[in-house]
Ligand binder design. Structure first.
Ligand SMILES: Cc1cc2nc3c(=O)[nH]c(=O)nc-3n(C[C@H](O)[C@H](O)[C@H](O)COP(=O)(O)O)c2cc1C
Length: 160
């Protein structure tokens, strides 16, 4: 969870105009900031080290799971640029949000992640691979769509 010390670090980065992650640690001073930084540092190091960032993201309530959002909140700082990294997002959805379907406008999952990666990480090389209609496995109302579930899963596996 984001606490006061994390926001202090972020405010200090903004005030000092620091945008290079290699210099973030320089603004960490108080014991509580050091405690907050101890959580951020390994997560950020893992992210910065990767050439390709693979994120597994099931759709929860038209959006992303709280745990993924908590990670995003920890490792996102002002005016970052993670170019030229690539992002691959492997999604799963109980229903379908494909273009032209009635629920397509409810897709705040891919839409949010695409906007986040572009807007905060300055990365537009992001590929989405979704396995849809996974609820056909458990919901009798979707039993007739089992073929579409299998096709979506196969297409997703082939795309990876
Ligand atoms: C809390 C929760 C909320 C969900 N909300 C949605 C939803 O809004 N739309 C949808 O299509 N599926 C929804 N699902 C179904 C999941 O997207 C689906 O079960 C997916 O296959 C989960 O991925 P996993 O099997 O990798 O955990 C939800 C599942 C959970 C647990």
């Amino acid at each position: 969870m984001i606490g006061e010390a994390w926001t202090e670090i972020c405010d200090a980065l903004l005030a000092a105009g620091i945008t290079d992650p290699a210099h973030y640690a320089g603004v960490v001073g108080t014991p509580s900031q050091k405690q907050a930084w101890a959580i951020v540092e390994p997560l950020l190091a893992e992210l910065l080290e990767a050439d390709v960032v693979l994120i597994g993201a099931p759709m929860y309530n038209f959006s992303i799971p709280a745990a993924l959002k908590a990670w995003i909140d920890q490792v996102t700082f002002p005016r970052m640029s993670l170019r030229p990294k690539k992002f691959v997002i492997a999604g799963a959805r109980g229903g379908t949000y494909a273009e032209g379907t009635p629920r397509a406008p409810f897709d705040h999952h891919e839409r949010y992640l695409r906007d986040f990666v572009a807007g905060h990480y300055d990365v537009d090389d992001v590929r989405f691979v979704h396995a849809e209609l996974t609820n056909a496995l458990v919901d009798p109302h979707l039993a007739a769509r089992e073929g579409e579930r299998v096709a979506s899963r196969e297409a997703a596996l082939a795309a990876i």
